[in-house]
Design a protein around this ligand. Structure first.
Ligand SMILES: *[C@@H]1O[C@H](CO)[C@@H](O)[C@H](O)[C@H]1NC(C)=O
Ligand SMILES: *[C@@H]1O[C@H](CO)[C@@H](O)[C@H](O)[C@H]1NC(C)=O
Ligand SMILES: *[C@@H]1O[C@H](CO)[C@@H](O)[C@H](O)[C@H]1NC(C)=O
Ligand SMILES: *[C@@H]1O[C@H](CO)[C@@H](O)[C@H](O)[C@H]1NC(C)=O
Ligand SMILES: *[C@@H]1O[C@H](CO)[C@@H](O)[C@H](O)[C@H]1NC(C)=O
Ligand SMILES: *[C@@H]1O[C@H](CO)[C@@H](O)[C@H](O)[C@H]1NC(C)=O
Ligand SMILES: *[C@@H]1O[C@H](CO)[C@@H](O)[C@H](O)[C@H]1NC(C)=O
Ligand SMILES: *[C@@H]1O[C@H](CO)[C@@H](O)[C@H](O)[C@H]1NC(C)=O
Ligand SMILES: *[C@@H]1O[C@H](CO)[C@@H](O)[C@H](O)[C@H]1NC(C)=O
Length: 574
């Protein structure tokens, strides 16, 4: 589950009282859950779709009651007979729930390949509804064959936690797009096998815990991308707000203390191939659960995955033998869920390609921690940076391609603790740049650059009421920027997402229960590319949408020159 026992983890056991005095707002609020079912949603750009849908398939329908510690729900998939041609695939998760329930993490896998990591919305007594739609076209090669779907959502139902998640999982197939991006020819799962009582993710419990998987690839691969899924839970659900316990004795607040920096390190046969400094997703019960009703936190319904271009390393794994991918998390506390998908592009005209690593450099982590503490109060300044660069060539029937892939990351976290440990301010910025340059046999260069910035700002003050209850005031700013520049001999294109949420509110907490509270959230989402822009400016307070403005000029379709595709023109699958 997404929640655990830290001080920030709370959920609503009692209905709201209507007699609240607000701490900082002048208008009157009635603390009632909505009397009718509510739709929750995450703000994001709608998926650009062709005009016609070829068909839809219901993959599974299941009521997730007491599913914690049980085998994932499995469903057989066969390619749709009634729509032999498709060029876009959309996964749709729809769910309803009524009663009282924690936020639960869940995953959807297709024969071990993870295609969605998500968090459930927390229900109300009159019920909620939500839908997650994800473009899964990059996983097309899976959908043209028989597969087994697996969904793990570890829910617990008893007399207190009454919410059962009623779920439908569908796949929609669309045709018509001409120059579509089918994705890799083959996707190798780097996840756990399904015969267990848990998700297929690996669980990483501490800083020395390493989880790995052996795999083999065909001998005619010419491109490889490792897609990594991560989520953080229990003592590390708010890793970015964890102080360092050796400097500050916060034991009676039971705040986990390994510091606020985390790095997911991915290795191939003991060689570090890339790292993930993850976006600070806040699950639907995190900070103040009222922030996320009905507007969910950035990434909470569709957690980001992180691509690491490992084409330069192909020379090391094209030998037909077994190799190992492993994961660890620097300074991890229990628990991180990590797995990956290895996307492979195959040479259609040759049984064998050859590769060679030409250059590899992985800087050691540059890390600094400054502290200034007196008793419970003080500050931490934690900074880190790292860069990894590798260059390699691959010789295939299409000629020799030299690929240079780099990651460059920086991290800065300023944390203040005050009021004897009850006040916490966190200001964190991560910059996460990835670049890939591919020199083609014709000497033209394809490039893909991604510049990401993750902002997190948190203010939280707990004021003891002296009767086992306290008032908690929390403000959170959550921001994600991602600019992508693709270029090739045909030109270049730029797309960018800027997504910013500001949430403000308070709660009165007794034990671990919120007995009263208010949450308001404001969000501005902007997407731009060469042909269109989409923006949404929305705000909500206490379940109500206060304003919502959408500007959408994204009706036209655009063609992309990336990912690098060579060789024969691919016809539509099916
Ligand atoms: C795919 O599954 C269907 C339905 O179970 C079965 O009839 C068919 O033989 C399978 N195809 C392959 C290639 O295994
Ligand atoms: C770290 O976690 C692993 C896996 O649960 C466990 O075997 C190991 O003892 C733990 N190490 C420490 C230092 O707690
Ligand atoms: C923590 O516990 C100690 C001893 O039990 C107590 O003196 C102190 O006031 C507590 N601190 C806080 C912040 O509650
Ligand atoms: C150290 O903490 C004190 C009191 O909180 C503050 O006045 C001072 O500016 C801090 N110094 C640094 C270097 O952050
Ligand atoms: C940490 O990084 C921040 C932001 O880049 C910078 O302002 C600050 O000077 C750095 N502090 C240290 C001690 O390196
Ligand atoms: C990421 O790229 C941007 C834009 O080029 C640059 O300003 C920033 O310094 C880069 N950050 C890192 C950590 O490389
Ligand atoms: C706790 O005390 C505060 C004032 O001291 C009061 O307003 C509040 O209603 C009390 N809360 C509970 C849950 O008893
Ligand atoms: C928290 O948000 C409230 C409401 O917008 C604001 O009045 C207050 O100043 C904020 N506090 C901090 C420390 O940002
Ligand atoms: C979003 O809308 C609010 C309310 O209309 C407005 O005050 C704010 O300036 C808008 N923000 C942006 C970035 O457009």
């Amino acid at each position: 589950m997404a929640t655990s026992s830290s001080i920030f983890l709370l959920y609503f056991l009692l209905p709201f009282f209507s007699t609240a005095t607000t701490l900082y707002r002048s208008h009157l609020i009635t603390h009632q859950e909505p009397s009718t079912p509510t739709t929750f949603f995450e703000v994001t750009k709608p998926i650009k779709l062709p005009r016609t849908k070829s068909c839809s398939q219901l993959i599974l329908e299941h009521d997730f009651g007491y599913t914690y510690g049980k085998t994932p729900i499995l469903a057989n998939y066969t390619p749709p007979l009634n729509c032999p041609k498709f060029s876009k695939i959309v996964l749709e998760w729809t769910a309803t729930c009524k009663g009282r329930q924690f936020d639960r993490i869940f995953g959807v896998w297709v024969s071990g390949v993870e295609i969605l990591r998500s968090c459930t919305a927390e229900p109300t007594k009159n019920g909620i509804f939500w839908t997650v739609k994800k473009d899964v076209t990059r996983y097309s090669s899976l959908f043209i064959k028989n597969q087994t779907f697996a969904v793990y959502l570890g829910n617990v139902v008893d007399s207190t936690y009454t919410g059962v998640y009623h779920v439908k999982l569908l796949v929609h197939f669309y045709n018509e797009v001409k120059n579509f991006d089918f994705g890799a020819d083959l996707i190798v799962p780097i996840s756990r096998n399904v015969d267990l009582n848990d998700g297929l993710w690996f669980e990483i419990e501490n800083s020395t815990d390493v989880k790995s998987k052996d795999f083999k690839i065909p001998r005619n691969v010419y491109r490889a991308v490792l897609e990594v899924y991560v989520s953080f839970h229990e003592n590390d659900e708010f890793w970015y707000a964890n102080p360092v316990n050796e400097y500050v004795s916060l034991n009676n607040l039971s705040v986990p203390g390994n510091g606020a920096f985390r790095e997911v390190v991915v290795s191939l046969d003991e060689m570090v191939v890339g790292v993930v400094w993850p976006f600070t997703v806040i699950y639907t019960g995190g900070a103040n659960p009222l922030f996320w009703r009905p507007i969910s936190g950035i990434g909470s319904f569709d957690l980001p995955s992180y691509d690491i271009e490992i084409t330069p390393l192909l020379g090391k794994i094209l030998d037909g033998s077994s190799h190992k991918i492993s994961f660890r998390v620097t300074d991890a506390l229990n628990v991180w869920y990590v797995d990956a998908n290895l996307h492979l592009w195959l040479d259609g005209e040759s049984m064998k390609t050859e590769g060679k690593l030409l250059e590899y450099s992985c800087s050691t982590l540059s890390f600094s921690l400054l502290t200034n503490f007196t008793g419970f109060d003080g500050s931490f300044i934690t900074n880190a940076s790292r860069s990894i660069t590798m260059t390699g060539m691959v010789k295939s029937s299409y000629g020799t391609i030299t690929t240079k892939s780099s990651q460059s990351l920086s991290y800065s976290n300023y944390m203040v603790m005050g009021n004897k440990g009850n006040l916490q301010i966190v200001d964190q910025i991560i910059e996460f740049n990835d670049t890939v340059y591919a020199m083609m046999p014709s000497s033209s260069v394809y490039s893909l650059e991604s510049f990401k910035k993750y902002l997190f700002n948190w203010y939280s003050d707990n004021i003891d009421q002296g009767n086992q209850s306290y008032v908690s005031v929390t403000n959170v700013t959550l921001g994600l920027e991602d600019k992508r520049v693709k270029s090739s001999e045909y030109g270049s294109s730029v797309s960018s997402v800027k997504n910013l949420q500001n949430a403000r509110g308070y709660m009165i907490v007794k034990g671990h229960l919120v007995v009263q509270g208010l949450g308001s959230t404001q969000q501005v989402y902007k997407y731009n590319d060469d042909s269109c822009c989409y923006s949404r400016n929305i705000s909500s307070s206490d379940y109500l949408i206060l304003h919502d403005k959408v500007i959408d000029s994204c009706n036209q379709r655009t063609w992309s020159h990336w990912p690098l595709k060579i060789g024969k023109k691919r016809s539509l699958p099916g």
